[in-house]
Ligand binder design. Structure first.
Ligand SMILES: *Cc1c(COP(=O)(O)O)cnc(C)c1O
Length: 475
């Protein structure tokens, strides 16, 4: 399109003031603040301007693009974009239970209720109700953590990476920490044991080899500068084959002989022994405390199924030192987290209750037959609105995720969707575009919706979403 023609079109774009004269546009002010409406109009007009500037041919345009009825939906869309939070709920149909990219563990009802209750008004966050004066925020969860774990003392911080950093800094800054070469873990998102170690001011002393580390390797490495023996749970990988590792018990014995504390970073700590539910054995927090570890650290939002937090449990003397480290102030846990964490921990007072009430545990332990029934139910709903795709119920495998039980096979039931006449990638992308977005994976040219991570109250959104997405891609 010629420059002259373009300028002519650009001149026809209505002015904001003119637009505000129109009844339909003014009505937007009844629903949204003026600042948002004006910005929405500006952005809508910008889009129109860009459309004109990038157009190839003049006939791409009709006079009606300047009409209110054409512009109004544009403005409404730009208004909605401003007031809709960017961070929002998503439907996890991937079957990865502790999905780090999708917010790890969803919170249970009890945690949600308490979180809203505590944050709606003021709270006794740092107020001792018995004394009528200053209290401490750590107090709220310490007692229950000790009851559940058998530890002497505990403290919670922002996340487990912070917990590891804080413990190393408190107990070993400027000194050596001995770790097996088989346990120099990297977790997604740039958490690496050697890097955290160096930031803490502690000096990493690696011992053994990748596949085999013996007690004598630790023993020979102990010297004047040794401050701590560290065992890290290889959360997201396994060393298999010709291997040998030193158990926590053996390390504790060694620590005792040399008067050195032993720390165990469990990564994804859990209070429930998942092997009673047919999953692989993961060390529980109680196991680590019972084995005599002086300090144990783990996450709040991995297998525990609570909010993001780092939990530190162990011997009273060491925890007291950790509490007064100024770094603790920088890693301080927030009241929303504390509220959700305490309510989650209350579920663990009974294992049966924890498995029913904590969504992460519930999803991991749900019987296969239950998943199959739910798959059938969802498939029936889906078959109604989706003639343009082939819907089947299929056996699949879910994953634990969150750097826990990396080798665990979790048989599951899923819905497989094969769109007719459109690539499955288009369907996958379209589902991500919905509100709420539906995140699914592709396998063998089919879209897989895993029932394990789909909640019952999401069936409706999935049914509507899939119908809409299939329509979009076939248009
Ligand atoms: C996940 C993990 C961490 C980090 O925990 P965040 O809660 O993500 O900060 C540290 N150590 C191990 C072994 C882990 O698995």
């Amino acid at each position: 399109m010629s420059q002259r023609k373009k300028s002519e079109y650009l001149r026809k774009i209505p002015k904001v003031d003119e637009l505000l004269g129109a009844e339909e546009v003014r009505r937007l002010l009844n629903f949204h603040p003026k600042e948002v409406v004006l910005e929405g109009i500006r952005r809508g007009l910008d889009r129109l301007r860009r459309e004109i500037l990038t157009a190839e041919k003049a006939q791409d345009f009709k006079e009606e693009i300047f009409s209110i009825s054409h512009l109004l939906p544009l403005f409404e869309e730009e208004i909605k974009r401003q007031v809709t939070p960017h961070l929002r709920r998503a439907i996890n149909a991937t079957g990865v239970v502790v999905h780090t990219n999708l917010g790890r563990s969803p919170l249970g009802e009890r945690a949600l209720k308490h979180l809203v209750e505590v944050s709606r008004g003021y709270s006794n966050l740092e107020y001792d109700l018995a004394k009528g004066g200053r209290g401490t925020r750590y107090f709220h969860v310490e007692e229950i953590l000790l009851r559940l774990s058998g530890a002497e003392a505990g403290i919670v911080v922002n996340n487990n990476a912070g917990a590891v950093l804080l413990v190393l800094n408190t107990l070993a800054a400027g000194k050596e920490v001995i770790v097996s070469r088989g346990e120099l873990v990297e977790i997604g998102g740039a958490f690496r044991i050697p890097d955290v170690m160096s930031r803490s001011g502690a000096i990493l002393k690696e011992v053994g080899t990748t596949n085999r580390t013996h007690l004598r390797d630790y023993e020979e490495a102990i010297g004047e500068d040794t401050a701590l023996l560290l065992k890290v749970h290889t959360s997201n990988y396994r060393v298999v084959g010709f291997t040998s590792e030193v158990t926590l018990e053996e390390l504790v014995q060694l620590g005792k002989r040399h008067n050195l504390p032993v720390m165990n970073d469990l990564g994804s700590g859990c209070f429930v022994d998942l092997s009673s539910y047919g999953l692989e054995k993961e060390p529980t927090v109680q196991d680590a405390i019972k084995a005599g570890a002086d300090v144990v650290t783990f996450s709040g939002d991995k297998l525990l199924g609570g909010p993001q937090a780092g939990i530190i449990l162990g011997k009273r003397g060491l925890i007291d030192k950790i509490k007064i480290n100024p770094l603790n102030r920088a890693l301080r846990i927030d009241k929303l987290t504390l509220a959700a964490l305490e309510a989650t921990l209350i579920c663990y007072l009974s294992e049966g209750e924890a498995v029913r009430e904590v969504p992460t545990l519930r999803m991991l332990t749900v019987p296969l037959e239950h998943l199959r029934r739910r798959a059938r139910r969802l498939a029936r709903l889906l078959e109604r609105g989706t003639e343009s795709a082939e819907i089947e119920i299929v056996r699949e495998n879910s994953q634990v995720g969150g750097g826990a039980l990396p080798l665990q096979e979790l048989p599951t039931w899923a819905i497989s969707v094969k769109p007719h006449g459109a690539p499955v990638e288009a369907l996958e992308a379209e589902l991500r575009n919905l509100d709420p977005p539906i995140i699914a994976r592709i396998s063998n040219d089919r879209l897989i919706l895993d029932l394990r991570t789909i909640q019952d109250d999401e069936f409706k959104a999935i049914t509507q979403g899939l119908t809409q997405a299939l329509k979009q891609i076939s248009d």
